[in-house]
Write a protein that binds this ligand. Structure first.
Ligand code: GDP
Ligand code: ZN
Length: 311
């Protein structure tokens, strides 16, 4: 049978079979994916083939289907090994707010870079638009323009008043989604209002984590009424960690990478090289200044040769 891993608790995996039945599955003996050293062989979001264990509702996982992508976290003790937080993520929505709290562009850009590195489609959702006065609306308009101009999709909603929420909810249908963003930006309000049966409490979970009660937390998939899935990653900020060599960092700013052929040097890093097309584009407003600033800030982050994302 084929199924989707919804949750892992130690040895057992909760698997949703294609017919809608839930199974408790385990693996037998050694089970390792080739080429990847991980602390967990199977993660939430994996598609697996499993067999009935001749005990009701219990099965044995025989095979994992190839992953489209996966997000990882470096394990604390074994630095070479990674923990797969979730796999086969279709899209990630970053919840951001102009007010209460204010989300910085640096934070948004770090999220976008990480999504690029993981090859996950990223969408920026500005929530709490009901709170904005004229000045706030202007600022929002500027941010929307900034991100749309570099090729990202942007949504504007109010989870409180319901403006734009149904449309956003419809986008989650049939997909595996990550909802992320600072605490207090309205993720749980959005989910609970569009999908009342679910009752996700993101704050409560992260509070527990902060107090150190959950040193290892496992991701979990919630099933939405519309057939979509939301990956809940308690205690893990955003995407976890991905290391990007500094000299490749500009590949993850699509609007800058697109200009590379126009730079004088084929290996231009756009940091002060002569005849740099990115520099020119920033000066004439084609590349948003805030994006370039995020790039240079990330580039000069630490002395290291790698940028350790985790936003
Ligand atoms: P989370 O930590 O991202 O899950 O944020 P919550 O959903 O817990 O929301 C934090 C606070 O913001 C709550 O008091 C919500 O009622 C409020 N909130 C959420 N969305 C909106 C919105 O669109 N407008 C306004 N005015 N408040 C909102
Ligand atoms: Zn350049």
């Amino acid at each position: 049978m084929r199924g989707l891993v919804l949750k892992s608790t130690g040895k057992w995996y909760e698997v949703l079979a294609e017919d809608g039945e839930h199974w408790q599955c385990r693996i037998r003996g050694k089970f390792r994916m080739k080429g990847l050293r991980t602390t967990n062989p199977i993660s939430v979001g994996d598609h697996v083939i499993f067999e009935d264990e001749e005990s009701e509702g219990r099965g044995v996982i025989k095979e994992i289907e190839a992953r489209k992508n996966y997000i990882i976290r470096k394990s604390v003790n074994l630095s070479k090994e990674a923990h797969i937080v979730a796999s086969n993520v279709d899209q990630a929505f970053l919840f951001a707010t102009v007010k209460l709290p204010r989300t910085s562009v640096g934070f948004i850009d770090r999220f976008l870079v990480t999504a690029e590195a993981y090859s996950i489609k990223a969408i920026v959702v500005f929530n709490k638009i009901d709170l904005l006065d004229e000045e706030g609306k202007e600022e929002l308009g500027f941010l929307v323009k900034t991100y749309e101009s570099v090729g990202y999709e942007v949504r504007q909603i109010s989870a409180e008043t319901g403006e734009g929420t149904q449309e956003l909810y419809d986008e989650l249908a049939g997909k595996t989604n990550m909802l992320t963003g600072h605490s207090g930006v309205g993720k749980s309000t959005f989910v609970n209002k569009t999908n009342p049966g679910l009752n996700i409490k993101t704050d409560e979970i992260s509070e527990l984590y902060k107090k150190g009660k959950h040193t290892t937390t496992n991701a979990e998939m919630h099933i939405l009424d519309n057939g979509g899935y939301i990956i809940d990653t308690p205690g893990i900020k955003g995407f976890g960690i991905v290391d990007i060599p500094k000299n490749e960092l500009h590949h993850y700013f699509p609007e800058m990478f697109a200009l590379l052929p126009d730079c004088k040097f084929h290996n231009c890093l756009h940091i002060g090289e002569p005849k740099c097309a990115v520099k020119v584009a920033v000066e004439n407003g084609q590349v948003p200044e805030s994006r370039y600033k995020s790039y240079t800030t990330m580039y000069s982050d630490d002395e290291d040769e790698t940028y350790r994302s985790g936003y």
